[in-house]
Write a protein that binds this ligand. Structure first.
Ligand code: PHE
Length: 450
């Protein structure tokens, strides 16, 4: 993303797609989707997730794009550009808190990818049996190394964000994201040849509506918001660099389709292996890291594949965390008058503190019990609260603001591909979803879960 002021805009449409996809595609697709689907019964979760992407994801993404592009401001500025000095701008604060929470636990998992990259390069995975591979992760996660890697990852993120070398990283990820995609497809073909393939695919695709419970519904909604980076102001901020010619609805649909496709492919990659190697699909956040090494280890030249895959996953995580830190940094710079470097240092320092606590919640802090709360896992708390509560709340706020407060003619103009012609179908349907469907549906899901 470009930082100069007055604002420079994305030069090409490819630049627009590459940045929004860079934020959307990351651990959310390859790590979080399979683990959430595994915990929530597979196919039931997948159906709801796709439904939420279509009903809420694409319209809310259009709302963020419309608000960002029309105001050319960050998440605080955008609300107050349309409603100066109103309480609406505090919606931005929720976005900043959720970005910081996500940055904290996300960096822990990104740290795991670094560990696995290094272990792969050193050849430490080859010649290990399945049970040895599983215990490798179990013993890694209870030590101090995860804390070290979390901090290393956050420092890399600091360097990229503070030095403004985003462009370099983006150029790299523009090449590597398509490669990651090709690699995942190749690994999927390999997974489909495993003995547990049919069981794995049935788990993911055979519809079983009896498994739909309130917790599956809220989990799938949270995953839709998390995976599309919605409700955290990230997409809004990126779209403030769009030109007036960027087609909003089309860009939102391309971003959502690519993001969903990569999530589904990750499911096809993981679940056949889960059933082949006898791992429980409901293993939780550690699932993918216990299963992937077993897959790679069986491939000819497994070490190289594994190193390549974890390096690409690390880069995909970096383009996502860059977008999260950007949201907090913009707040500290624009609202608190801080210099960019200090704002980045503060953001990373907060994430180091909370990231360390999250990393330790699998070891020293795993038995934490709190008064009134009972047993408490900080990592799961950060993951659950930000994705399943704060992001959807951010989604309600932006939907209501764009649907009801922003002028309708302005919104129609933003959503129409040709601003001068008649409003497109999308420009008629999306405002209705923003005004009614999104706030009502999300509120009902919250109430049912209470
Ligand atoms: N969408 C990112 C992913 O799937 C995570 C993310 C969430 C990024 C919220 C920014 C804001 O990995």
């Amino acid at each position: 993303m470009k930082q100069s002021s007055p604002r420079s805009l994305f030069a090409t449409r490819l630049g627009v797609i590459a940045t929004t996809v860079g934020s959307a595609v990351g651990l959310g697709n390859i790590w979080r989707f399979p683990y959430e689907a595994g915990v929530h019964g597979g196919s039931a979760f997948l159906i709801l997730y796709i439904a939420f992407i279509l009903i809420l994801g694409v319209p809310v993404l259009c709302a963020e794009f419309a608000l960002g592009r029309s105001t050319h401001r960050g998440v605080f500025g955008a609300f107050s550009a349309i409603r100066p000095r109103s309480r609406w701008r505090w919606s931005g604060l929720i976005a900043v808190v959720s970005s910081l929470m996500i940055l904290s636990f996300y960096s822990v998992v990104a740290g795991w990818t670094l560990e696995y990259f290094i272990v792969s390069v050193k050849g430490g995975l080859s010649s290990l049996s399945d049970s040895e591979l599983h215990s490798l992760f179990s013993s890694f996660i209870v030590g101090w190394r995860p804390v070290g890697w979390t901090i290393v990852f956050l420092l890399i993120n600091y360097f990229v964000t503070a030095r403004g070398v985003q462009k370099g990283v983006e150029r790299l990820s523009n090449i590597l994201t398509p490669m990651l995609f090709i690699l995942i497809i190749a690994f999927c073909i390999n997974s489909l040849l495993l003995p547990g393939a049919s069981e794995g695919l049935a788990f993911l695709f055979h519809p079983d509506f009896s498994k739909i419970t309130p917790s599956v519904v809220i989990g799938a909604m949270g995953q839709a918001f998390f995976s599309l980076s919605l409700g955290s102001g990230v997409m809004l901020t990126y779209s403030s660099y769009f030109t007036d010619h960027t087609p909003i609805v089309r860009s939102a649909m391309i971003t959502a389709s690519l993001d969903t496709l990569i999530a589904i492919l990750s499911g096809i990659l993981i679940f056949p292996a889960v059933f082949t190697y006898g791992v429980s699909p409901a293993e939780g956040p550690t699932l993918v890291f216990e299963v992937l090494p077993s897959i790679f280890n069986r491939l000819p030249g497994g070490m190289i594949w594994s190193a390549l895959f974890f390096f690409m996953l690390f880069l995909a995580s970096l383009t996502s965390t860059m977008s999260m830190s950007e949201c907090a940094v913009t707040y500290f710079v624009e609202e608190k008058g801080m210099r960019r470097k200090s704002a980045t240092a503060l953001t990373i320092a907060v994430a180091v503190v909370f990231g360390t606590l999250c990393a330790l919640s699998f070891s020293s802090l795993s038995g934490l019990t709190l008064p009134f709360v009972g047993s408490f896992n900080i990592f799961n708390f950060f993951d659950y609260t930000s994705s399943n509560i704060l992001l959807p709340v951010g989604g309600i706020l932006v939907s209501v603001f764009v649907g009801r407060i922003m002028s309708r003619s302005q919104l129609t103009k933003q959503l129409s591909a040709r601003p001068s012609g008649a409003p497109s179908i999308a420009a008629r349907i999306i405002p209705f979803i923003l005004c009614w469907v999104a706030p009502v549906l999300i509120t009902i899901i919250f109430l049912v879960n209470l």
